[in-house]
Design a protein. Structure first.
Length: 288
């Protein structure tokens, strides 16, 4: 039951330690240092709460994960550990959420993340219905930079969708939620799209077929998100998972006639069922 034999660079800190008199700025933070302000979101694996460090006044997004659910669902445990390890290894990138601390108490794990105040791209998209090609390209370029950075470190993100893209105070895009990201050396052909809560709309055909997959799966998802931004819906939709999956495997995307041929050209190269022909950022991307 004890999940505490972590030996990574980040140390978990127990809150059951005695409360100190005063505040030593050099001691590692405890969960009790962070005052909850409001709930920011509820993901498949736990909730995200806006918290304030009582000593410094700084705001963070605290992602909570119940240990009970982690113990019941071994997969979630793996994901949580991988989320922390991956975020810890991702170093500095302007389009990737920063992890400051990983803490735990007897019931929960807590990731103390950079607070990104502008909400989800998903909400922005829902409000605007769809975006101009000019504004979509602003977000696509930043997702491409984040993916290129991760791929360079051997990490496949695997879960690119508008819900995982946050907007910072200046409107720039920040990728969050590394619960599904995977070091590509530990890649397997597990059919993970079926094991997650949520829709498979942005999921690549090779992943749905349970085949080996790599960084190209993220470029497929980027194409689906770009399509979603330009039209207001992802390219393959349906009333249930089976319909959506059938379309992803068999159908070509249809384009409304206001989509320019430049955008269509790029989309067709990203939403390409043939992994070897699919575009990625190192493959003629500079033409766009
Ligand atoms: N929702 C999920 N993660 C978040 C973060 N880091 N900042 C703000 N809202 C979030």
């Amino acid at each position: 039951e004890e999940n505490d034999q972590e030996t990574g660079e980040l140390k978990f800190n127990d809150i059951e330690e005695e409360e100190e008199e005063g505040y030593d700025k050099d001691r590692p933070p405890k969960i009790s240092d962070f005052k909850p302000i409001k709930v920011l979101g509820q993901g498949a694996y736990g909730k995200v709460v806006l918290v304030q460090n009582k000593n410094t006044g700084l705001l963070f997004a605290q992602k909570e994960l119940k240990k009970a659910s982690i113990i019941v669902d071994g997969k979630t445990a793996e994901r949580t550990k991988s989320e922390r390890d991956i975020l810890a290894s991702v170093t500095e990138h302007q389009n990737i959420v920063k992890l400051f601390y990983a803490l735990h108490d007897s019931r929960k794990l807590y990731l103390i993340l950079e607070y990104i105040p502008g909400g989800e791209l998903f909400q922005y998209l829902a409000k605007e219905k769809f975006l101009s090609e000019r504004s979509a390209s602003f977000y696509v370029a930043q997702m491409a930079l984040a993916l290129k950075h991760l791929h360079g470190l051997g990490i496949v993100y695997r879960d690119l969708k508008p819900e995982n893209c946050l907007l910072d105070k200046d409107g720039y895009l920040v990728l969050t939620d590394f619960g599904l990201a995977k070091q590509s050396t530990t890649q397997d052909s597990e059919n993970w799209c079926n094991s997650i809560i949520g829709t498979p709309e942005y999921c690549s055909p090779e992943v749905l077929r349970g085949e080996d997959y790599g960084t190209k799966t993220d470029w497929w998802s980027l194409g689906c998100v770009m399509y979603d931004m330009l039209t207001g819906a992802p390219p393959f939709t349906g009333n249930n998972h089976k319909d959506i999956i059938d379309k992803i495997l068999k159908k070509k995307p249809k384009y409304p006639n206001y989509i320019t041929s430049d955008a269509k050209g790029l989309l067709n190269k990203l939403i390409n069922k043939n992994v070897n022909k699919r575009f990625d950022v190192d493959n003629q991307w500079q033409n766009y």
